[in-house]
Design a protein around this ligand. Structure first.
Ligand code: FES
Ligand SMILES: [Fe+2]
Length: 412
């Protein structure tokens, strides 16, 4: 997993209105819920008391209550109430859950997986998507494969000829991508299989985006040529544009063995012509996505589930020239992981230097900062939730503790 990135973890619509929502992402059990003002809260779902899952609990005012013994945790992660100790009972400070940064944008919930920071980067889609908004439908489902193999599979399309050839549902592909209405029932499959050569292949890298354009064609028959634009944006977005069709898929790590696919299909001009009744179009998009989920994507996953090694990385594949986008993806993944590691080390070193700095002479500042308690990061929670007390060095130590926790960890 690439640290210091925004990952879409759910659709905004997946957040339940009056109950906590549980998901597993980045190897962590998470609970999401809205406070009374509608702000989204994301926390570790493991109750620190005896490990029950808070997503099985309920919402009580501005807190989530554990399903087991009813301990209530506030938006900052601190335990607010232990019913067994009574309303006036003293709640141990160590009873708290980690709280993570989340945002809502593009109808998705985004989780910041990385170092705690005062200023997080903006969540931005590539201009191809951001500048051309259009109606879409989005589905989501999980698969038992590593995200690297999944991303790879969507960064090339010459497997289509072989993986997606033997199911009636792929008639859609014959029709829109490789064949024609005229030939559909006669030699659709032959024509489909024929377009298996990649030409005019070009890959460009811009920051954390990789673009690939190419033509998939039938050798000796230039009339059977299909132009593709593929796009990858770190850490986990793929986008394919072929003719009128455009699909964005985010492949989000659930853990080291599972991936959540969030797949978005956009309304296309032909659909507007074919289905003049506007309210019906989302239904068609959704049916198309479901067919993708249960047929084509399942066909891909049947292959991926038996790929070895399970995790793709540099050195484990023998790429050919037209795998350039796959190769660049693996290079970028390594680069971003190395950059994240270097950033974390630099930050830790700066904080260590700060912690060793001698205190200000007593009397200069009446509010002696050295005496200020560093309660934000006591090593037991590291929530980084803004509860650090004091100022000056004390506050800095608190922030240090806060940054050291949360989802900040060494990438596998
Ligand atoms: S396990 Fe959560 S309150 Fe006991
Ligand atoms: Fe495929």
């Amino acid at each position: 997993m690439i640290p210091n990135q925004w990952y879409p973890i759910l659709r905004t619509d997946d957040i339940k209105r009056d109950a906590p929502t549980g998901v597993r992402r980045m190897g962590e059990e998470l609970v999401l819920w809205r406070d009374l003002d509608g702000n989204l809260v994301c926390q570790s779902a493991r109750c620190p008391h005896k490990g029950a899952n808070l997503a099985d609990g309920r919402l009580v005012g501005n807190s989530v209550a554990c399903p087991y013994h009813g301990f209530r945790f506030g938006t900052d992660g601190a335990c607010r109430l232990v019913p067994a100790l009574g309303a006036e009972g003293r709640v141990p400070a160590s009873l708290r859950v980690d709280t993570y940064e989340v945002r809502e944008k593009y109808d998705l919930v985004w989780l910041w997986w990385g170092d705690k920071r005062a200023h997080l980067p903006e969540i931005e889609l590539p201009h191809e998507l951001a500048e051309h908004p259009r109606p879409y439908e989005t589905i989501t489902f999980s698969r038992p494969v590593h995200y690297t193999r999944y991303i790879e599979s969507l960064l090339e399309f010459y497997h289509v000829t072989f993986v997606h050839r033997d199911h009636w549902a792929n008639i859609i592909d014959y029709t829109f991508m490789y064949g024609s209405w005229r030939k559909l029932w006669l030699d659709g499959r032959e024509r489909y299989i024929a377009a298996n050569k990649i030409v005019n292949h070009r890959v460009d890298v811009e920051g954390t985006i990789i673009r690939n354009t190419f033509d998939q064609c039938e050798e000796g028959n230039p009339s059977n040529t299909w132009h593709f634009n593929l796009l990858y944006q770190a850490p986990c977005m793929t986008h394919v544009k072929q003719g009128l069709l455009e699909v964005t898929t985010w492949l989000v790590p659930i853990d080291e063995h599972h991936t959540q696919a969030i797949m978005r299909l956009y309304e296309y001009p032909l659909l507007r012509m074919m289905v003049p009744v506007k309210p019906l179009r989302p239904l068609i998009l959704r049916l198309s996505l479901m067919m993708e989920q249960y047929v084509q994507d399942q066909q891909d996953n049947d292959i991926m589930a038996r790929q070895e090694p399970k995790v793709s990385e540099r050195g484990v594949n023998k790429f050919i020239a037209v795998d350039e986008m796959n190769a660049k993806y693996l290079q970028m993944r390594d680069r971003l992981k190395a950059e994240a590691r270097a950033e974390s080390e630099a930050r830790a070193a700066a904080e260590a230097r700060e912690a060793e700095r001698p205190p200000e002479p007593v009397g200069v500042d009446a509010d002696d900062p050295v005496a200020a308690p560093a309660t934000g990061g006591n090593g037991t929670n590291g929530a980084g939730n803004g509860t650090a007390n004091g100022n000056g060095n004390g506050a800095k130590r608190a922030r240090k503790g806060a940054r050291a926790g949360g989802l900040s960890k060494t990438a596998p």
